[in-house]
Structure formats: C-alpha cells, structure tokens
Design a protein around this ligand. Structure first.
Ligand code: SF4
Length: 241
C-alpha cells in the first residue's frame, strides 16, 4: 500500500502516524490547507508540521496555497455549511488528485482524528471521492487516540492551535471562550445545555457577534439577575475602548 495522508496540522498527525506505523503502514504526509487564516497562523501550522515530520522521519509534501480571498469568496453565501460545501471537498479532492497523479494507491486524512470535525461526513466524502477518482480510501477512526495524541503533542511542544482554521471558526472560538468566561462568572457551567441556546441567540445571520452575548445570555437565562452585572461590565469595557 502506498498511502498519502492528507494532514491538517502536526498535533493531529501525531496519533495517526503512530497508529499507522504500528500497523506496518508508512504514510506520506500531504499538506494542502488553504482554509487556514490569517497568514501568520497558516505559517505557524505549516512550519510546525515541517519540523515534526523531520523529527519523526516521515516524508512530507507541501502544497503551499494560502487562500484567504478565494476561500472567503467561495463560502460567503454558505457560512453555516462551509465545512461540508467547500472546505472538506476542496482539500480532500486536491489530495486525491495529487495521489492519483503521483503513484499513490490509497488516501486518508488526519481530519478523522479530530473530535471537533464532522467525522461521518468526512468518511462518506472520502469514500465517494476515492471511488470517483479510482483510489482506495483507508478509513480509521483515529479519534480513539485523541487524548494520547494531544498529550504527546503538548509534551514535545508542538504548536497547538486554538481554532479550526478559517476566519469564521476563529471568531466562533473567540466568542465561545468569552461566553464561557461570562457564564462561569455567574455560576453557570459552560456545559449547561443552555450554552448552545446562547450561541444560537447570539448569531446575526450566521456569524457570532461578541457584543450580542449579553442580550443572548439575558434571553437564555431570563431569571438570572447576575446578568445585569455582566451587562454593566460589558458596557464599561465597550466605553473603555
Ligand atoms: S470551520 Fe474548519 S472545517 Fe469548517 S470551513 Fe472553517 S476551517 Fe474548514
């Protein structure tokens, strides 16, 4: 088997490479991720993967393509479905095409490691693309090694990103952290089912707007008087800036 492993970042590759090698499979990593923005973040993840590939002696192919403009133009009218409608197919099709043109017979992806990705969707997409292009898709549920991979990545000091990749995920992640801080302050567990409701309430169109969090919290927790304190604090912050 000659396996091309589409690789989104070094931390996600740790467990995938390890478990594949334990099976006797030597992957070749393939970097093609025009979904990562801004450029400083793209460079940090790419360069970290270069270093890690060297460290563990695995071959790495870099398809350098920083693509903020193209990405935004292509997802602007489908922000809620951007992962399925553009981001996954764009990257995984490219990996498949590269594999086909360069003598690989099998393809897989480190996206199957992340507990935050749409795993079943990716699996189905990969089977479909492989069938269309004439390759084998190696399915593995790498999520079973999530904690192990994360612990190893931290222990060896790999760059650990705070969001999925695109500018929209950066915003969602930032808003999520802000929301968690606020909910903790008023004694509500961030795992509370209402958190989802707050996030839904704080959307304008499909984008989360930080300044709408207070109104969303007030709506989701109408009887919680402490929200007024948060609102006052938030107002103060807005005035201060
Ligand atoms: S959230 Fe992640 S998978 Fe979805 S579009 Fe953004 S970068 Fe791609």
């Amino acid at each position: 088997m000659k396996l091309l492993l589409h690789t989104c970042c070094a931390p996600c590759s740790v467990y995938c490479i390890k478990s594949l090698r334990e099976e006797g499979i030597e992957p070749t990593l393939y970097w093609y991720n025009p979904n990562i923005h801004p450029y400083a973040e793209y460079k940090a993840r790419r360069d970290c993967l270069k270093e890690y590939a060297k460290l563990v002696g695995v071959e790495l192919i870099i398809e350098d393509a920083y693509g903020l403009d193209e990405f935004v133009c292509n997802v602007a009218d489908k922000l809620t479905t951007r992962c399925e409608d553009y981001c996954y197919p764009k990257r995984l099709r490219k990996a498949m095409e590269y594999a086909k043109q360069n003598g690989f017979d099998t393809v897989s992806t480190t996206l199957l490691y992340s507990i935050y990705q749409k795993h079943e969707y990716i699996e189905e997409l990969m089977y479909g693309l492989a069938n269309e292009i004439g390759l084998d898709f190696l399915y593995r549920d790498f999520r079973e090694g999530w904690q192990e991979g994360q612990d190893t990545a931290r222990a060896i000091g790999l760059y650990m990103q705070k969001y999925c990749g695109c500018v929209f995920s950066e915003e969602e992640s930032g808003v999520g952290r802000e929301l968690n801080r606020k909910l903790k302050k008023i004694g509500i567990s961030p795992t509370n089912a209402n958190v989802r409701k707050v996030i839904e309430e704080s959307k304008t169109g499909n984008i989360l707007i930080p300044t709408q969090l207070d109104a969303a919290i007030a709506k989701a927790f109408p009887k919680n008087q402490k929200r007024d304190k948060i609102k006052a604090e938030h107002l103060h912050i807005n005035i201060a800036f």
